[in-house]
Write a new protein. Structure first.
Length: 276
């Protein structure tokens, strides 16, 4: 049952109460039950909702900047266009949540479950997504510059056109992920699993792909100038028309890889020689 304490102070006003605060008649406090609550556009700046249940709640356009949502249940919640800058969302449950155009810059999402979440055009710059679960999440056009995705599970995620410039994806799981036209300039993909990933037209200039698994990956037309592919597994990879100028392919496995029309000018080949 939703905890309500009265009419509040205006439509989305709030006032302090003994154990928390009240927003539109809803009691805002750690562990609060707010399932299916209507909190559209609510001002929840720095609110403490530690382990609260907000499953199915409507928080579209709400201001949750700096809020403590650690361990909170936001499964199926509507957070479209919400402000979650620097919010604490460690281990939060966000399965199937709607986060289109949400601002999650600098948010802490360590270990958060974002499976099947909708994050199209969301801002996740400098967000900490270490070990987060993002399987089948929709991240088309999302902004993930300098985000920490170390060990994150992005299996089958849709990152078409996403901006991952400088992102840390070390040891991340990206098998079957769609990274078509994604910007991965300077990204760290060391030891990442990209087996069968779609990187068609992706921009990987200066990216670190050392020890990465790119078996069966589609890199058609990808730009990989100056990328580090030392010890990378490119077995059966599609590299038709790819630009590998100046790339380091030392000890890389290119068995059955399709390099038709690929540009290898100045690249260090698997045997250590430089292609001229």
């Amino acid at each position: 049952m939703i905890q309500k304490t009265g009419s509040g102070c205006g439509l989305w006003g709030y006032r302090q109460v003994m154990k928390g605060m009240e927003v539109n008649g809803y009691k805002i406090e750690p562990g609060a039950y707010l399932g299916d609550a209507n909190l559209i556009g609510a001002n929840l700046t720095s609110a403490n909702l530690y382990y609260a249940d907000l499953s199915g709640a409507n928080l579209s356009g709400a201001n949750l900047s700096g809020a403590n949502l650690e361990g909170a249940n936001l499964e199926g919640a509507n957070l479209e266009g919400a402000n979650l800058m620097f919010a604490k969302l460690e281990r939060a449950k966000l399965m199937g949540a709607k986060l289109e155009r949400a601002n999650l810059m600098g948010a802490n999402l360590v270990g958060a479950n974002l499976m099947f979440a909708k994050l199209e055009r969301a801002k996740l710059d400098r967000a900490n997504l270490m070990f987060a679960k993002l399987e089948r999440a929709k991240l088309e056009g999302a902004y993930l510059m300098d985000a920490n995705l170390t060990g994150a599970n992005l299996t089958g995620a849709n990152l078409t056109g996403a901006n991952l410039t400088g992102a840390n994806l070390r040891s991340a799981y990206l098998s079957g992920a769609n990274l078509m036209d994604a910007n991965l300039t300077g990204a760290n993909l060391m030891d990442a699993n990209l087996r069968g990933a779609n990187l068609r037209g992706a921009y990987l200039r200066g990216a670190n792909l050392m020890d990465a698994n790119l078996m069966d990956a589609n890199l058609t037309g990808a730009y990989m100038g100056d990328a580090n592919l030392t010890d990378a597994n490119l077995t059966h990879a599609g590299l038709t028309g790819a630009n590998l100028t100046g790339a380091n392919l030392t000890r890389a496995c290119l068995w059955s890889a399709n390099l038709e029309r690929a540009n290898l000018e100045g690249a260090i080949l698997p045997d250590g020689t430089i292609h001229h």
